[in-house]
Design a protein around this ligand. Structure first.
Ligand SMILES: NC(=O)c1ccc[n+]([C@@H]2O[C@H](COP(=O)([O-])OP(=O)(O)OC[C@H]3O[C@@H](n4cnc5c(N)ncnc54)[C@H](O)[C@@H]3O)[C@@H](O)[C@H]2O)c1
Length: 304
C-alpha cells in the first residue's frame, strides 16, 4: 500500500518535546476503498495521480485471459505491480503459455485454471483455489465471451442458449463467486465486466441477436451488482469495446470487416492493447469513485 510521511504539528499550547516537533510518521496514503486516508487528508496530503494506478500487492483473476482482449488486459495489470494473477480459460495450452509469458515479462506469480464459466458448480471451486494459491482476490475481469452469426428466424434454442450461457450467465457465476470472497475478506475490490457496444446499439448488418442481448444483459447485470455491492466497497464497471482485431471475429466473412471499418469514424478495428489502459484505471484506486459505469471504447462507432 502506498504511504505518505506526515509531519506532526502539535497544537500551539501543547507541551511537547523538541523530538516530537521533529518527528515524521508514515501513514497509509489511502484507506481500503482508495480514498485518501483521514490522517493524510487532515495533513492536506493529496496522492500523486500516478501512484493511484499502482496495483502493488494485489491479485487479479481474468476469465478468457489466455488470448485476445483478456490477455492484453492481463499484461496491462501485471505491468502495474500485481503480486499474482489467475488466468481462467477453456484452452489449457494457450492458458499455460499465457502464464509463462506473464511471469517472464513481469515476474508476476501467474497461475492457470481450466474452467468453463458456464459450470456454476465448478466456478466457486476455482475462485476458492485462487485464494488458496495466490492469497486473495482484489480484481476480477470477466472477459469470457463468444459471438455467433445466425438470422433470428433460424436460431436454434441450443445455439441461443450457448451464447447467453457463456456471455451472461457465466459472467454472473464468476462475479458472484468472487464477490462472496471479496465480501468475506472485507477489503472491497473491483469487478470489470467486458460488455460490448452491441449492448447499447444493434450492429449492422450482422445478424447476432443473441450476442447483442447477452451484452445488454451483461451491462445491466454490472449496474445491478454495483448498486448492491457498493456497501461492501466492491466497485463494478464494464468496458464495452467496438470492433477489435482478435480471433473472436474470425466467425465473420471478409465483407463484414470492410463494412465495420466504413461505419467506424476512426476507420479501423481496435488493437487488443488499446483496452489495457482503461482496465488498469478501473482496476486501480485511480477510479475509486467510479462504479456502475459502462465505458465505450469503439473508435467512435456509437456516435453516428
Ligand atoms: N473482439 C471484439 O471485436 C469484441 C468486441 C466487443 C466485445 N468483445 C468481448 O470481449 C471479450 C473477449 O473477446 P476476445 O475478442 O478476446 O475473444 P477471443 O475469441 O480472442 O478470446 C476468447 C477466449 O474466451 C475463452 N472462452 C470461450 N468460452 C469460454 C468458456 N465457456 N469458459 C471459459 N473461457 C471461454 C476462449 O477459450 C478464448 O481464449 C468477449 O466477451 C467478447 O464478447 C470483443
Amino acid at each position: 500500500m502506498a504511504t505518505v510521511s506526515v509531519r506532526i504539528t502539535p497544537a500551539k499550547d501543547a507541551i511537547v518535546s523538541q523530538q516530537v516537533f521533529d518527528e515524521c510518521v508514515t501513514v497509509p496514503a489511502s484507506d481500503a476503498s482508495g480514498a485518501v486516508s483521514p490522517v493524510a487528508a487532515s495533513a492536506g496530503v493529496r496522492r500523486n495521480v500516478l501512484d493511484m494506478f499502482s496495483l502493488d500487492g494485489k491479485v487479479a483473476v481474468i476469465t478468457a485471459g489466455a488470448r485476445g482482449l483478456g490477455y492484453s488486459m492481463a499484461e496491462g495489470l501485471c505491468a502495474a505491480g500485481l503480486s499474482g494473477i489467475a488466468i481462467i480459460d477453456l484452452q489449457c495450452d494457450l492458458g499455460e503459455r499465457a502464464c509463462e509469458q506473464l511471469y517472464l515479462q513481469f515476474g508476476v506469480d501467474a497461475k492457470f485454471y481450466r474452467l468453463d464459466v458456464r459450470d456454476d458448480a465448478a466456478v466457486q471451486g476455482a475462485m476458492d483455489s485462487v485464494v488458496r494459491d495466490l492469497g486473495r482476490i482484489d480484481i476480477v475481469i470477466l472477459s469470457a465471451g463468444v459471438a455467433d452469426i445466425v438470422h433470428a428466424e433460424e436460431y436454434s434454442p441450443e445455439k441461443f442458449h450457448r451464447v447467453i450461457d457463456i456471455n451472461l450467465n457465466g459472467s454472473f457465476f464468476c462475479a458472484q463467486a468472487a464477490g462472496k470472497l471479496m465480501i468475506a475478506a472485507g477489503r472491497g475490490g473491483s469487478i470489470i465486466f467486458v460488455g460490448s457496444m452491441s449492448g447499447s446499439i444493434v450492429n449492422w448488418p450482422n445478424p447476432q441477436c443473441a450476442y447483442n442481448s447477452s451484452k445488454a444483459g451483461v451491462i445491466h447485470l454490472m449496474k445491478s451488482l454495483s448498486a448492491e455491492w457498493a456497501k461492501h466497497r466492491i466497485r463494478c464497471n464494464s468496458i464495452s469495446p467496438g470492433y477489435m482485431d482478435t480471433p473472436l471475429n474470425t466467425v465473420f466473412e471478409e465483407g463484414y470487416f470492410h463494412e465495420w471499418k466504413s461505419r467506424t469514424p476512426m476507420g479501423r478495428l481496435g488493437q487488443p492493447e488499446e483496452l489495457a489502459g482503461c482496465a488498469l484505471w478501473l482496476a486501480s484506486d485511480a477510479s475509486s469513485f467510479c462504479t456502475g459505469s459502462d465505458i465505450l471504447i469503439d473508435g467512435g462507432y456509437t456516435v453516428l
